[in-house]
Design a protein around this ligand. Structure first.
Ligand code: ASP
Length: 333
């Protein structure tokens, strides 16, 4: 088993536990200045503290997941909410999902463009609609009817993400010229130091309920209303009180095809694998073999936490009633 796991031995019962990610990617240690590292760690830490405090005070896993993700969505540092990346057409289309493990209720939105905190729209779909997944203008309209906080699309503009798109478009144009207009262009190409930057959270509350959520701007330069794994229940997010709560990050197309979040739950349901073995097999063997980059965070029903990733970094952190830590790179293990 690789070193990309953490936490206590399996089946240690914790009163509560919370784990978060701020995206996996190919950013190498040293590419961030010490100040930038501190900035990311502080942002992760403040989100973790919000969720941990809710759980400590007896709040629900669902509430902890939503409030924690909202903090990360409000930060321009992550590819979710305020910091969402740009589509090919220069717009921002955001995806989010949530699931709770006591009744297997779930909610998701794909391609919203005026909802300040897409995770709140996913939660509203779960709790206040007969549906699981809404998309595009309809999802925006639903958020409006739910009195969620709306913003102008320009709220999601960040210079850093805009420049990133321009660089990719320029590279594509150069490639196209080279190929003389022939060939298939990689419409989801990321910049060299890319970090996907999606955010996610999983939590176990004192009542033994699990919940998980994921929120993202998707992938820079996405086209044709592309939707990744993040808002897809069973791919980017899953929670079942009998097994695990999980949120994924990485190249969404692979995570959809391998039903990664549900695969982890199924392994815990049908095999004797621990959360560490199961999560590690999926990320560091199965996905790695096919060149699928990414990672996941998960909490099992005992509060054990796994955070495997097959990239050079996954911004991550976890806390329970005895421990609290935040890490960025593989070297930080
Ligand atoms: N999984 C997300 C997507 O494919 C990207 C990410 O995790 O950063 O949309």
């Amino acid at each position: 088993m690789s070193k990309n796991h953490t936490g206590p031995p399996p089946q240690a019962p914790y009163e509560y536990a919370i784990v978060i990610h701020g995206g996996a990617g190919t950013l190498q240690k040293g590419q961030l200045s010490p100040e930038q590292e501190l900035e990311y760690k502080a942002a992760l830490d403040s989100a973790l503290i919000v969720g941990k405090t809710i759980l400590q005070n007896g709040g629900s896993a669902q509430e902890a997941v939503v409030k924690t993700i909202m903090i990360l969505e409000d930060s321009p540092l992550f590819n979710a909410g305020k910091g969402a990346v740009f589509t090919h057409d220069g717009t921002n289309e955001l995806d989010a999902s949530i699931m709770e493990g006591s009744q297997l209720k779930a909610g998701a939105v794909g391609g919203v463009s005026i909802v300040k905190n897409p995770i709140t729209a996913a939660q509203a779909v779960m709790n206040n609609s007969p549906h699981v997944m809404l998309s595009g203008a309809g999802a925006d309209q639903f958020a409006k009817e739910q009195n969620l906080t709306l913003v102008e699309p320009s709220y999601f503009f960040t210079q850093k993400n805009y420049d990133r798109l321009q660089n990719i478009l320029k590279r594509e144009e150069d490639e196209r010229r080279k190929k003389d207009g022939q060939g298939f262009l990689n419409t989801l190409s990321e910049d060299a130091d890319s970090k996907f930057g999606t955010v996610g959270c999983a939590a176990l509350d004192k009542n033994g309920n699990l919940a998980a959520g994921t929120s993202t701007g998707g992938m820079t330069n996405k086209r044709w209303d592309r939707i990744g794994d993040s808002p897809i229940i069973g791919a980017g997010t899953y929670a079942d009180n009998r097994t695990v709560a999980v949120s994924c990050t990485g190249h969404g197309e692979y995570f959809i095809r391998h039903a990664v979040a549900h695969d982890l739950s199924a392994r815990l349901m049908y095999t004797n694998q621990t959360i560490y073995q199961a999560a590690d097999t999926i990320i560091n063997i199965n996905l790695k073999e096919i060149g699928a980059l990414g990672g996941l965070i998960a909490i099992d029903k005992y509060g054990n936490v796994a955070m495997p990733f097959n990239t050079s970094c996954m911004f991550r952190g976890y806390a329970n009633n005895v421990k609290h830590e935040v890490k960025l790179f593989k070297e930080d293990e």
